[in-house]
Design a binder for this molecule. Structure first.
Ligand code: ADE
Length: 221
């Protein structure tokens, strides 16, 4: 699984991708993350990647040319999707993450400034994606969200044995997330309260535990 991120702020990803399970997954060769500086694909002096919008208005628009050249050069797998991040896009969810985990390459275009030339959406991207109903400054955080949510579905990336993990967590198109408790069995607060672990989880009764988790869990898709 190859993640290619096109951005004008490549350094934003340095710390995030050089730590934790994402780094381990990369070291093990389970995933590959490539960060591409959009300015490298500019053919203008100063590496300009934005310009004034036709029709007037405040702010600048990201140009179609550099993005076109970047995607053309980066795309090298058949099972590939090119995604543009925009608050106007289709809502990202667990189902999309599962769909993406079946690809060999995801090219992500991080929009910035006040917008991106519409031809990036209509001619270059396969999908426009929003990670929620709020407006961010750019698509860099959405790109991290996609890398993390897709990577954890790649076998071997999360610490636990993946087959068992999937068997336990996957229900239909979604994944069940249920409440978890660890030691101590009863936590005593300074105010004298006792915060207890539900009896059933201590019972060792697998069928009942499974039922309890289903009842108290939520299917995310
Ligand atoms: N760019 C700005 N806001 C965004 C959002 N909510 N999702 C994806 N890309 C964005």
């Amino acid at each position: 699984m190859k993640f290619d991120i096109i951005t004008i702020f490549p350094e934003i990803f340095d710390s995030y991708f050089s730590e934790s399970l994402i780094k381990k997954a990369e070291d093990k060769g389970l995933i590959e993350i490539n960060i591409h500086d959009l300015r490298d694909y500019s053919i203008e002096k100063w590496g300009d990647v934005d310009g004034k919008p036709y029709g007037g208005g405040r702010g600048m628009v990201m140009k179609v040319g550099p993005i076109y050249r970047a995607v053309k050069e980066i795309k090298n797998e058949k099972k590939c999707k090119t995604v543009l991040f925009t608050p106007r896009g289709e809502k990202y969810n667990q189902k999309k993450a599962t769909e993406y985990s079946d690809l060999d390459q995801i090219i992500m275009i991080c929009g910035r400034y006040e917008g991106v030339d519409e031809r990036v959406k209509t001619q270059i991207a396969d999908q426009s994606i929003s990670i929620g109903d709020y407006v961010l400054i750019g698509g860099e955080i959405p790109a991290m969200v996609v890398v993390e949510s897709v990577s954890r579905l790649v076998p071997g990336v999360v610490g636990i044995d993946n087959e068992g993990f999937l068997e336990e967590r996957v229900i239909g198109d979604g994944m069940i997330e249920y409440p978890q408790y660890g030691r101590p069995e009863i936590f005593k607060t300074d105010e004298g309260e006792k915060w207890e672990t539900p009896e059933v989880l201590l019972s060792g009764h697998h069928k009942k535990i499974k039922e309890w988790r289903k009842e108290h869990g939520e299917i995310i898709n």
